[in-house]
Write a protein that binds this ligand. Structure first.
Ligand SMILES: [Zn+2]
Ligand SMILES: [Zn+2]
Length: 235
């Protein structure tokens, strides 16, 4: 059974969030830009998943294209929210962490960055806050896997590693052209921003050391191990 389902906020994998299917409850990972709640709920419904089956929302990091609809979804789903303390200020202010938006290409300074800095989500508080390298076991949801701290894209970036070898690493890397795109969907590239490239490398090494083979991304389509290894050599 495929456990991770990609929920695209925009076509072609330009902005993704994910559902992890569990034996007892499912987990929603990220919530898209502000106003994405309807789009997310409709995609769940189309797959026969009811709101009551969701048990947790994980916010992987403090960029508004990933937590933009968290407050709305918290109210609709009535489930706890998990984030890392390094990024919780974004959730609490409703704004992206400005210091982490260091563009990897100057095009992002003129296009995406002003939008990410300007857009505002409804502020919200997390119920579960991980600290430093703390891990979070997903066994209570009937999911064999864990949430781990993978800083670099932002100080509090989180990844989800499942025992079957699939992993959601969100913005540690990207694939495709621009944000995702219709072509070159397996070609690796930098996400638009990172906070600390050395930490990104260390986090990718950590993820690769955990018997992983398929990596789900915030922008672009999933990539295999060889692709992520190639990206690590590139940066
Ligand atoms: Zn990001
Ligand atoms: Zn992103």
């Amino acid at each position: 059974m495929q456990q991770i389902i990609q929920l695209s906020i925009f076509p072609f994998g330009m902005i993704n969030c994910f559902l992890i299917k569990g034996q007892d409850k499912h987990i929603l990972v990220d919530t898209g830009v502000p106003g994405s709640e309807g789009r997310i709920l409709r995609q769940l419904e189309a797959r026969g998943i009811s709101k009551e089956e969701i048990g947790l929302i994980i916010i992987t990091h403090g960029h508004i294209d990933h937590f933009g609809s968290v407050k709305e979804l918290q109210e609709i789903l009535k489930v706890p929210i998990l984030i890392h303390e390094g990024d919780k200020a974004a959730l609490e202010t409703g704004m992206s962490l400005p210091d982490t938006l260091k563009a990897n290409h100057k095009i992002w300074n003129y296009t995406l960055k002003p939008k990410l800095l300007h857009d505002k989500a409804h502020p919200c508080r997390a119920d579960i806050t991980l600290t430093d390298g703390e891990e979070y076991d997903l066994a209570p949801f009937g999911i064999k896997g864990k949430v781990i701290h993978t800083p670099g894209h932002t100080p509090g970036s989180l990844s989800i590693i499942l025992n079957d070898g699939s992993a959601i690493i969100m913005d540690l890397a990207s694939s495709g052209i621009l944000l995702g795109g219709i072509a070159f969907s397996s070609r690796m590239k930098h996400p638009p921003f990172h906070d600390d490239l050395q930490q990104v490398k260390d986090s990718i090494r950590k993820v690769l050391s955990l018997n992983t083979h398929t990596f789900y991304l915030g922008h672009g389509h999933p990539v295999k191990r060889a692709g992520l290894q190639r990206y690590l050599e590139m940066i």
